[in-house]
Structures are given as C-alpha cells and as structure tokens.
Design a binder for this molecule. Structure first.
Ligand code: V47
Length: 369
C-alpha cells in the first residue's frame, strides 16, 4: 500500500493500522473519517486504498443522460425534477426525440425518468429496443429500482419478469438512483411514497442474481446525520458481500433547489470526506465515482486524490440536478475530462458501462487486464 503517513489524528492512526493489518474497517472508522480534522490524512488513507485497487488510473465514459419524462405519480420532498401531468413544466419526449439523442459516438446511455401515470411497460421495452437499434455501440444503463418496482405494479408481473424482459429488450446495467438514504427517519420525512431501504436492496439483489451489474448511490448533504450516511454504506457493503453485483458507488450531493430543506449546499470538504469514507468502508466495491455534475468539475478533480477512480462522463444533458438549480455545465467534452484527469496526475481510461476499457487508436494509456 502506498504512503499512509504522516497523520495528525489518532483516529486515523487506528484506521491506518487496520489497513496495514488487512483488517476490515467498521462503522466507527467511517464516522471518524467523516469527522476527522485531518483532511489531508483522510485523503492519504483513501488514496492508498484507491491506488492499491486501480493503480494510477481514472475512468470516464462518453455517455448521454436521457430523462424521457418528468411526469411522476409520486412527490418526494427533495426532488425539483418531478412534475404532475398538465403542469407548465411537465414534458414527455417522443420516441424520435429520445432516439435523436443517442445517435452520437457514445458508449453508454443513462436512461431514467419519472413514474409516468399512463405509459405502459411495453413502451419502456420498445424504448430499449429502439435505442439498441439506433446505436448498437452504446450500452444501456437504465431504470432505477424504483422504476423496476413501478413497472411490476403497472404490468402486474413480478420483478423477476420485469428484469428478464428488460434484459431481453437491451438493458445492460442498472443505475444506482432511488436509494436516497437507508434510514426510516429520512424515508418518512422526505420520500414516504417511494420504496425504502429493504425493497431497494431486494431489487438490486434480484438483479445481481440474474447477472445484471448495478450501481448504488447515497443522497447526502440534506437532513441526514453522519451515522445515517455510514449505516447506508454498511448496508450496501453487506449486500455486496452476498452478491458481488455492484460495480460503482456514487455519493450524490444534494442540490438545494427550491425545496427549502436545508440552508446551504454541502461543502467541498464534506464531499471529499464522503468520497473517502465510501472508498474506505466499501472495500468490496470496484469503483467510487466522483459525479462532477453535482460535485462540480473542480471538486471532482480533487476527489481523484480522495479515493474516487471515476468521473462518470460527458453526460451532455442533465435534468435532475439542473432543475434543482445546479450551475455546472450540461456536459463536458472528452478533452476536458482528459484534462481534469491528467492534471490530477492520473492516467485516463475511457470505459464502457461495465468498466471495460475502450480501445482507441490514439489511446495513451495501458489497458487494464
Ligand atoms: O435517485 C434527485 C437524486 C438520483 C436531487 O448510477 C437529487 O451511474 C441531488 O441516481 N439534488 C438520480 N440529487 C441520479 C442518479 C445517478 C446519477 C449519476 C450516475 C448514476 C449511476 C446515478 O438523483 C435520485 C436522487 O437520489 N436527486 N433530486 C437533488 N435536488
């Protein structure tokens, strides 16, 4: 393991000793990382773990986010994206509008949307088939656990059948959204109408059992406590111990928007500590993603030295955070991502949705096995 010291916090010394002994970190260690005054020490520990896993590499993907509708039958208190049918800001994309967005040199389509009151399940299957036909080179990362459960209700079929039919239609992986914070308190306060921890974990377990790789997220920087953040990570680690089906973990920084939930946005330091705690506690997750859209490209760039090994991608058009007032740009060009990575002293690896390296003639990186 690369350099772990100097450290200026006894709690971090305890963690370093565990890492050296190959011992697993626990809940108290996670809390210590989130509260440590030694920010550089926190980065040093998480960076050592990151480098032991993925060496000097940082991953990115040419992708495109598509949110086919914001019309949603439920209302979550943290969400500025959803609208009710007939609202001024409600929208529904046509199939042509969706397909127009995928005809680009991309390797991943990230497809998620509101829980639409009248679209039938068959429409989502057709969406996947049509995207696959329009761009066979792009893998499809689609539908959160919340959407999967909703499809099972509207089509009156089991979650297993929903997953089988989506895979048959072209689904490659599932994104990590809808997890929010695995806490009954937060569930009751912010998203009572939506599934809680148990169901979310159950659906990801079902996906993993079918060989569908998935991501996981945590929505942080609102009313949750450090204990709730760490408990969330521990539940994900437990499921990953059982299934090994998660690929990437993404802490999502809450955008205040117009929700009046909290007075201010999480700080850069809080974001970096959360990335580091995730890398250190989630010892069985292959990748930790610094999602630049919400962290800002500048903080995401530094996060590469705090445990993150992925910056997500070009994204192009993002609605969920931008409807909540995010001021980051809508997309980054490939060259900008390369610069953000190289300036942080990392070697860029362009990947597909499964983190397989994309071979390019002008590639300058060593391809990972
Ligand atoms: O589940 C909603 C969150 C998520 C806000 O898997 C908000 O690769 C912040 O899951 N401020 C959807 N967050 C996005 C998501 C995601 C993003 C990037 C990559 C991946 C991946 C997944 O966005 C929702 C919810 O937790 N969200 N509103 C807000 N105002």
């Amino acid at each position: 393991m690369s350099v772990l010291r100097p450290l200026n916090d006894p709690a971090l010394e305890r963690i370093a000793a565990k890492l050296e002994a190959g011992e697993r970190l626990d809940r108290d260690d996670g809390l210590a990382v989130l509260a440590s005054p030694d920010l550089i020490g926190v980065g040093r520990l998480a960076n050592a773990v990151k480098e032991a896993r993925s060496g000097p590499y940082a991953f990115f993907v040419l992708n495109r986010q598509i949110n086919p509708t914001n019309v949603c039958v439920i209302s979550c208190k943290f969400c500025d994206f959803a609208a009710k049918a007939g609202d001024d800001d409600a929208y529904e994309m046509t199939m042509d509008e969706i397909l127009e967005k995928v005809r680009e040199p991309i390797h991943e389509v990230h497809l998620v949307g509101g829980l639409h009151p009248t679209w039938p399940f068959e429409y989502y299957e057709e969406m996947l088939r049509a995207i696959r036909r329009a761009n066979p080179a792009a893998q499809i990362k689609a539908f959160t656990a919340v959407e999967i459960e909703f499809f099972s209700k509207i089509a009156k079929i089991s979650v297993d059948e929903v997953l089988d039919r989506l895979v048959a239609a072209g689904l490659d992986t599932m994104p990590g959204g809808g997890a929010e914070v695995f806490s009954d308190r937060i569930h009751d306060a912010l998203y009572r109408e939506k599934m809680g921890a148990e169901k979310w974990l159950e659906i990801h377990r079902a996906a993993h059992a079918k060989g569908i790789r998935t991501n996981a997220t945590l929505l942080y920087g609102h009313i949750e406590t450090h204990e709730e953040r760490v408990d969330h990570l521990m539940l994900l680690r437990d499921l990953q111990d059982d299934t090994g089906g998660f690929i990437s973990f993404i802490p999502l920084e809450f955008q205040l928007g117009y929700t009046n939930l909290v007075a201010r946005q999480a700080s850069a330091v809080d974001g970096l500590r959360t990335i580091a705690a995730s890398r250190l506690l989630l010892d069985n997750f292959p990748h930790i993603k610094a999602y630049w859209v919400m962290m800002t490209p500048k903080v995401a760039q530094i996060a590469q030295r705090f445990g993150a090994d992925d910056l997500d991608g070009t994204v192009v058009e993002e609605k969920i955070y931008h409807d909540a007032g995010a001021t980051t740009s809508q997309g980054l060009r490939r060259e900008e991502l390369l610069r953000l990575i190289r300036e942080a002293g990392r070697d860029p690896v362009e990947r597909d949705t499964l983190y397989r390296p994309i071979q390019r003639e002008e590639a300058t990186f060593t391809v990972l096995a």
